[in-house]
Design a protein around this ligand. Structure first.
Ligand SMILES: C[C@@](CO)(OP(=O)(O)O)[C@H](O)COP(=O)(O)OP(=O)(O)OC[C@H]1O[C@@H](n2ccc(N)nc2=O)[C@H](O)[C@@H]1O
Ligand SMILES: Nc1ncnc2c1ncn2[C@@H]1O[C@H](COP(=O)(O)OP(=O)(O)O)[C@@H](O)[C@H]1O
Length: 300
């Protein structure tokens, strides 16, 4: 008896960042789009909690209780007063420390899978609450589609999307730490007046209309200068994608994965080919969005 949940990666089509709050977090206007790159989390009853991981980046994933999937199981078990007696297996296709919310995906996936396995019947509200406890991006991994995240990114409003957007993702040679990128943002904006983060109306309209040209004109990422400052070579990857005809090229969230919006699948394939040939990245993937959130794909 086991339950498997599939969870998508995300790209931030807008990431507006406010000044650091007293708790160290930053208020955001974070427009998430889920894209069709997935991790799968399988939970199976076991004597005690354990985690295994397979996939190209598996060696980078912690297998102890700091793993977000393990933390999700622990929190749900504690709330219900039961033992977290499960084996968690992560089939990982989302790059690790890439700014695509892979760890968050595993947290949301493990939570949904444990809830189904244990029959704990958590409400949507309670699941979202536990997700927010796990991390700022985790609630979005549960819901998928497209959403505006405010607060530290955990307060979600679902967004309409009027079409499919085609993306190319270039994975970098190494990862970037999210806290380090926010710290670099603070350093770079130390003497600036950082405005309140607000969602762009033209960006929300472009999503609703499914218009890739309008979306390309509206995408933005306030963390991009910080990611580029810590990882200057990313500028070469961005330039290679633009030269190959991408409508827009940007860092995904805190990076270092770079994201390229293409007009259609053919153009996406061309951009992907050029990026592979450029020698400026480790690997290249094509994916479209919006994609559905965490979904049970197998189990009983
Ligand atoms: C930047 C974003 C954009 O979607 O994701 P990634 O691109 O890394 O995937 C998110 O804000 C990351 O979300 P997530 O990875 O869940 O972050 P958390 O675990 O909540 O926080 C990790 C650290 O990031 C910083 N942090 C995170 C969110 C936020 N609104 N302000 C922050 O300053 C804090 O230093 C915090 O200690
Ligand atoms: N299930 C998990 N998968 C990947 N990383 C995890 C997981 N649980 C905890 N982590 C830790 O979180 C860090 C950030 O990973 P990840 O979520 O992949 O990146 P990002 O926050 O850039 O989207 C990793 O370096 C790793 O130490």
């Amino acid at each position: 008896m086991s339950v498997t949940v599939r969870v998508p990666a995300k790209v931030n089509v807008q990431l507006a960042v406010g000044a650091a709050r007293p708790d160290g977090f930053h208020d955001l206007a974070n427009v998430f789009l889920a894209v069709g790159l997935y991790d799968e989390v399988t939970v199976t009853p076991a004597d005690e909690l354990s985690v295994t991981c397979e996939g190209p980046d598996a060696a980078l994933v912690p297998l102890d209780r700091t793993n977000l999937a393990a933390r999700a199981a622990l929190i749900l078990a504690e709330r219900r007063g039961i033992e977290p007696a499960v084996h968690l297996h992560i089939a990982k296709d989302i790059p690790v420390a890439g700014g695509m919310a892979g760890g968050s995906a595993d947290g949301a996936g493990a939570l949904l899978a444990c809830d189904a396995l244990w029959g704990t019947n958590a409400s949507r509200e309670e699941l979202l609450d536990i997700c927010a406890e796990l991390g700022s991006d985790v609630p979005f991994s549960l819901v998928g589609g497209a959403a505006l995240g405010t607060g530290r990114g955990e307060k979600l409003t679902a967004l309409d999307v009027g079409g499919t957007f085609h993306w190319v993702f270039a994975m970098a040679e190494r990862g970037l730490s999210t806290p380090a990128v926010f710290r670099e943002f603070d350093r770079l904006t130390e003497h600036a007046d950082v405005p309140e983060p607000v969602a762009s109306e033209s960006l929300l309209d472009a999503l609703a209309e499914g218009d890739p040209d309008a979306l390309a004109a509206a995408v933005s990422n306030d963390l991009q200068p910080a990611a580029l400052s810590l990882f200057p070579e990313l500028a070469d990857t961005l330039a290679a994608g633009r030269t190959a005809g991408a409508l827009a090229a940007l860092v995904s969230g805190s990076g270092p994965t770079t994201a390229f919006l293409a007009r259609d699948p053919r153009s996406a394939a061309k951009v992907a080919e050029a990026l592979r040939a450029s020698g400026t990245c480790r690997s290249v993937r094509v994916a479209s969005g919006p994609a559905p959130g965490a979904t049970v794909v197998a189990g009983n």
